[in-house]
Design a protein around this ligand. Structure first.
Ligand code: FES
Ligand code: FES
Length: 192
């Protein structure tokens, strides 16, 4: 008996369910762009090297070109189309806008999704290769420009808008910290 090469799957994307038949080899990126018309997620290298296709899967950063659509079934997927709250931009989007964290904008959806995931990783206390103190008890390291560069290093920008991207991520982190507490945000001084 021949094995089936396709399945009908249901993807949960930006709070909506999408049921569609897919070839088992279809990547999440192609399902988003070619099948569901969610073209905000960009295809750059299509081999996991540029970060242009970054989306959030269960809140974690994923390069959608290396994720099979069938493997994403049942997970909560957030694309750039789903990060704003209605007419209110996500703080990371707002910071990119205010600080010109883009030029052509091609890498921007991936940069923004990656920054949202990265800030959550940092808030959870995850160290990076740039962290001076990686002991769990040390808590989240100061979100210095070096920390931001290291944590965002999977996202390339052909226009080299990196300086503004780092500033935008730092500003969004400040906004997060300010909304979480009335105390001073640790990244404000570090990014200055
Ligand atoms: S398109 Fe997926 S990492 Fe480049
Ligand atoms: S703004 Fe053009 S690739 Fe990043």
């Amino acid at each position: 008996m021949a094995l089936s090469t396709s399945s009908v799957i249901t993807l949960h994307i930006n709070g909506e369910k999408h049921t569609l038949p897919v070839d088992h080899r279809t990547t999440l990126l192609d399902a988003l762009r070619e099948r569901l018309d969610l073209t905000g997620t960009k295809k750059g290298c299509d081999q996991g090297q540029c970060g242009a296709c970054t989306v959030l899967v269960d809140g974690r950063r994923k390069v959608a070109c290396l994720q099979l659509a069938v493997a994403a079934e049942g997970r909560e997927i957030t694309t750039i189309e789903g990060v704003a709250d209605g007419d209110h931009l996500h703080p990371v989007q707002q910071a990119f806008l205010e600080l010109d964290g883009y030029q052509c904008g091609y890498c921007t959806p991936g940069q923004i999704c990656s920054a949202i995931g990265m800030l959550a990783e940092h808030a959870a206390g995850w160290p990076s290769a740039a962290s001076d103190d990686v002991r769990p008890a040390a808590g989240p390291p100061p979100l210095t420009p070096d920390e931001i560069r290291e944590r965002m290093s999977g996202n390339l920008c052909r226009c080299s808008a990196y300086t503004s991207i780092v500033e935008a991520v730092a500003r969004a982190a400040d906004a997060d910290a300010a909304s979480a507490s009335d105390g001073p945000a640790q990244s404000r001084e570090a990014a200055a």
